[in-house]
Write a protein that binds this ligand. Sequence first.
Ligand code: ADP
Length: 355
Amino acid sequence: MATLKLNHLRKVYAGGVLAVEDFDMDIADGELIVLVGPSGCGKSTTLRMIAGLEGITEGKLYIDNKDVTNLASKDRDIAMVFQNYALYGNMSVYQNMGFSLMLRKEKPESIHKKVIAASKMLSLFEQLNKKPKALSGGQRQRVAMGRAIVRNPKVFLFDEPLSNLDAKLRSSMRREIKLLHHKLGATMIYVTHDQTEALTLADRIVVMSMGRVQQIGTPDQVYNNPNNMFVASFIGTPPTNFFAGRIEDGHFIGEGIDLKLSKAQLNLCKGYDEVILGIRPEHVLGLDGDTEINVELVEHLGSYSLLHGIIGQHHCVFKVRGWSDIQPNSLVKLKIDMDKVYFFNPADGQRLRGE
Ligand code: ADP
């Protein structure tokens, strides 16, 4: 187990592609960190720099306070689990799990002990003699994790490990990884483009966009207290609705929307002619308010329904509890939970937080 220090990491690929800029973070022993962001934002590059699979253009990387910036991957004592499990098809589960230890020339008794212990932890004990092709996708993914666990590495790195699995299996594997993290107490860094995985797994989430860190925080902080419009729209589903408007006579006024603001909110917006208001789809208190939405489509998802519609000329989506009987092409008056709305600076998308 280990601490990590990522000290202003930067990666420029040959050809001049700037993939990661100024990634700066301390990771505590035993933390589960999730790097999340859309495709191409630099999360795999960051993970690969930690793994030693990519060189670091600028900055330094420390594992347990030791500078490993220029250390070969094999000397960093990390283990990586990929989305394509890369199991050896001609070897049994037992052999797959013990292979790296065999290469290290560990004694067969020691390998045996570690493989048995890991297989029990991952519910693979009954499968040890099978070949990978006789296993389900979830079991194969567990073998890949087992291969990492037997090595008892300082840091576990996961690169989109669940993206090849179907939705149901993904959510059960998510639980397993979380439980595994509790059992092992190991430092883990996990890359995904899936905000649900980030929210459910992480101790802390790093939200990335275009090579830059947008916010580092607990799931609570990134969901409830986003730094900017990117985080507010990427974390939470469906994404936050944004409305451009101005402040007038104590109100936010945008196209088709007029909301009375509190003193604190007016203070936040002081000095801005225009602001952007962010309302999460779920922050609706009822249907007896005065924000009129022209509902175009209703999606029923069992415990809640999504109202897709138009306010002013702006497409937006809101969530209401239960199986809504609202019909398409009807006008509904939403009551917005004004304690939960956000304000952003239109110039740079940053959240207005006051002094
Ligand atoms: P993510 O994991 O978030 O999808 P990546 O870290 O893979 O993003 O990629 C970040 C950026 O670096 C992208 O613009 C990608 O095209 C570029 N990139 C990734 N790998 C290479 C490479 N080997 N050579 C050149 N550019 C690369």
